[in-house]
Design a protein around this ligand. Structure first.
Ligand code: SAM
Length: 473
């Protein structure tokens, strides 16, 4: 019987006759498939023509495995046959494998055919061709073949090309200002409207934003004329957050669908899916989706919506009690890898910021909700602390544009980060300040509450003194 072990034994014994027989195109498909799947590593002297003769086999899986094995030989003398397969092949997986095999041959002869595949309908084939062509990226003909792909409709292709062809920003370059942030923002709570406040914050000032915006008109502290106005307001704020965020850093957004109660029993209540509606607007403005975390609260903490259905049990009337909120993680879009961001810190900061001990490994975060005697919608400090630990380093500046009673500020202080908060309601600002002051008795950089006017003046002065990026006073 043909087994993996037998194939390996025959390979070790260099039994050429065995392979000539077993790989004959006239053999049944099962035999060919088992053999091709179990060939493993091939010695350089393996007879490639046994594989090449299968490139025209009617079964696309056999053609695919044959070209894959031929690729293991890294032998440019098979270039013509593999090119022929690539151009005639209509099975996209086999075509992809053929391009990959051509790429592995690292021969300049392949440039015209690889360039041809930059126009393939399968984006994975295009990416495979790009990868192979990048070995020759210094050659002008390769550059001019790749450059038009910066406008390719597929964003992975666009990103790959932009990253590779941009010469001004090398992965290895260190930006010494990256870990720094303006002193005038550190441990500051501005009492004012966030849109106005952000007009006075310089570009690329902050490392992380964690926020929970107003829940449309579902709670009583903010009234928007319409849901569209509400989304437009969030778009304004989050565009400004994008501008003031450092390259490649994170924005973590806590929202959930809301219910606007019905006017009377003859009307229905209305639900708005805030996280889903805001998501495309965020990606359009340059936030890259990274993670969807679900914050799950205990069942008893959810508002009961089950009453009617519990009684009548009629289909269509089911309403789920909502025990979850979204915590969606975005990154300011960049060509650079997250490793680049990490490399901007010295070893001491990296070591001190490591997340020690046990941590949540899934995207389901079970955390009890928090309540406050004056604020109807705060998030628990445990949630803020998790986000800050996972997405910032010690000494970073963490921002909350909708500061509430300062939960992000408290988490920042407890984890040795700096905070910058904005909140428009006076009583929340006062409450935040008393919490933050209590926590910061021993701090070198004391929390400061500023009116919008004072903040504006301070920022103008800072700008004048070019003191933006000094780390400490
Ligand atoms: C969901 S709460 C955030 C609570 C906060 N996460 C906490 O734990 O304390 C949203 C906050 O945004 C504030 N807010 C709403 N519109 C604002 C605006 N235009 N500028 C500044 N703050 C605003 C509200 O007053 C409210 O306190």
């Amino acid at each position: 019987m043909l087994t993996k072990e037998l194939i390996q034994t025959k390979k070790s014994a260099s039994d050429a006759l065995f392979f000539t027989k077993i790989l004959a195109p006239t053999n049944d498909e099962q035999t060919l498939l088992i053999t091709l799947e179990n060939l493993g590593r091939l010695p350089a002297d393996f007879n490639g023509s046994l594989l090449a003769q299968l490139l025209q086999h009617p079964n696309p899986k056999i053609r695919l495995l044959a070209v894959k094995n031929l690729g293991k030989l890294n032998d440019p003398s098979w270039f013509n046959v593999v090119s022929e397969l690539a151009t005639s092949e209509d099975n996209t997986l086999t075509r992809r494998e053929a391009i990959s095999t051509i790429g592995r041959m690292r021969t300049e002869k392949a440039i015209p055919i690889l360039s041809q595949f930059l126009h393939d309908g399968d984006p994975k084939v295009v990416l495979q061709a790009i990868r192979a062509l990048l070995h020759f990226k210094k050659l002008p003909e390769v550059q001019s073949a790749l450059l038009p792909l910066t406008d390719h409709p597929n964003s992975e292709i666009q990103d790959a090309i932009c990253k590779e062809l941009r010469t001004d920003q090398k992965e290895g370059t260190r930006d010494k200002t990256h870990p720094l942030s303006p002193n005038a923002l550190k441990n500051v709570l501005v009492h004012g409207d966030v849109r106005e406040t952000l007009n006075h914050v310089p570009d690329e000032s902050i490392h992380l934003t964690f926020t929970s915006p107003p829940y449309y008109n579902a709670r009583d502290y903010t009234i928007y004329p319409s849901y569209d106005d509400y989304l437009a307001f969030l778009v304004d704020v989050f565009k400004a957050v994008h501008r003031i965020t450092k390259e490649g850093r994170f924005f973590v957004l806590n929202t959930s669908p809301v219910i606007i109660p019905r006017m009377s029993r003859s009307h229905s209540s209305k639900r708005y899916a805030i996280p889903f509606d805001i998501h495309p607007l965020l990606t359009q403005m340059g936030w890259e989706f990274i993670e969807d975390i679900i914050w799950v609260k205990p069942e008893q903490s959810a508002k009961n919506r089950n009453g009617g259905f519990f009684q009548h049990r009629k289909p269509l009337g089911y309403k789920a009690n909502s025990v979850s909120e979204s915590v969606i993680v975005y990154r300011k879009k960049t060509d650079k890898l997250i490793d680049w961001n990490m490399r901007q810190y010295d070893n001491e900061t990296i070591e001190a910021s490591k997340v020690k001990g046990d941590y949540e490994k899934t995207n389901i975060w079970k955390i009890n909700p928090a309540n406050d005697k004056i604020h109807p919608a705060i998030f628990p400090i445990e949630l803020a602390e998790r986000v800050l630990q996972f997405y910032s380093f010690k000494g970073d500046l963490v921002f909350d544009p909708f500061g509430g009673i300062g939960t992000v500020g408290s988490a920042a202080l407890s984890l040795e980060r700096f905070f910058f908060l904005v909140e428009k309601e006076k009583e929340y600002v006062q409450r935040a300040m008393s919490r933050l002051a209590e926590m910061s008795l021993l701090l070198h950089k004391k929390p400061m509450q500023l009116s919008l006017d004072t903040f504006r003046t301070r920022m103008e002065m800072e700008q004048g003194s070019h003191d933006y990026h000094r780390h400490c006073d």
